[in-house]
Design a protein around this ligand. Structure first.
Ligand code: ZN
Length: 221
């Protein structure tokens, strides 16, 4: 895909997520990998009103070489690309249900959400919780980086998800699946629930491997 087409796609998918209530105001950010760097959503700009021509362009050395200055949370993105060579895009949202789950006591920090649906297992798999750090704290980037080599999706406590994908479509779909599963999880709180069994999860992971590059299409980077 050309850089121009990627720019259009970032703006279109950003607006789509904004229009469907996955984001509000100006937080939330998207990046995509280019042959010579990255495109990143600008600081202080709503995902619902992105101008493709003004996306921040960052070179391989991390310098801004075009467009508006990048999101204040830009530091979250390179640590993921550094550790996931096949990642083509990263999406970070403050989507309501995912953030709500990130604030709960008593969740399993190694895997916050149960395998409620097949598509959650196929697109997200496991979701570790990263402890709270103030936005901009370099230790937050360090904590994301430590898990990014093993997990394409992580949940920042009291903050929101960071999700990588082979393509921007993959990253957006996985982020949306995560948000809908968080919504289901909250709707089912206090109710007797039947998540998928470990055997069913194992079967899905065999059929649709997340980190596999064989004949089947891997759903993840
Ligand atoms: Zn954030």
């Amino acid at each position: 895909m050309t850089e121009a087409a990627l720019r259009e796609k970032v703006a279109r998918l950003g607006k789509s997520m904004f229009d469907r209530g996955l984001m509000f105001g100006s937080p939330g950010n998207i990046s995509v990998r280019l042959a010579d760097g990255w495109l990143m959503t600008p600081t202080g700009t709503s995902l619902g009103a992105l101008d493709p021509a003004r996306l921040a362009k960052i070179d391989a050395a991390g310098q801004l070489v075009g467009g508006d200055p990048p999101t204040k949370e830009a530091f979250l993105h390179p640590v993921v690309y550094d550790r996931r060579a096949r990642a083509g895009a990263v999406v970070h949202l403050h989507s309501t249900h995912s953030v709500a789950v990130s604030c709960l006591c008593g969740v399993d920090h190694s895997n916050v959400l149960p395998p409620l649906t097949a598509y959650y297992v196929m697109r997200v798999g496991t979701l570790p919780l990263i402890p709270y750090f103030a936005p901009g704290d370099i230790d937050l980037a360090r904590a994301v980086g430590e898990l990014a080599s093993r997990h394409h999706a992580v949940l920042l406590a009291n903050h929101g998800p960071v999700v990588a994908g082979k393509t921007l479509d993959d990253a957006v779909y996985a982020t949306e699946e995560l948000e809908e599963t968080a919504k289901l999880f909250l709707a089912l709180r206090g109710m007797a629930t039947r998540p998928l069994t470990q055997a069913q999860v194992d079967d899905l992971q065999k059929r649709y491997p997340l980190n596999f590059s064989g004949r089947q299409r891997a759903l993840c980077c």
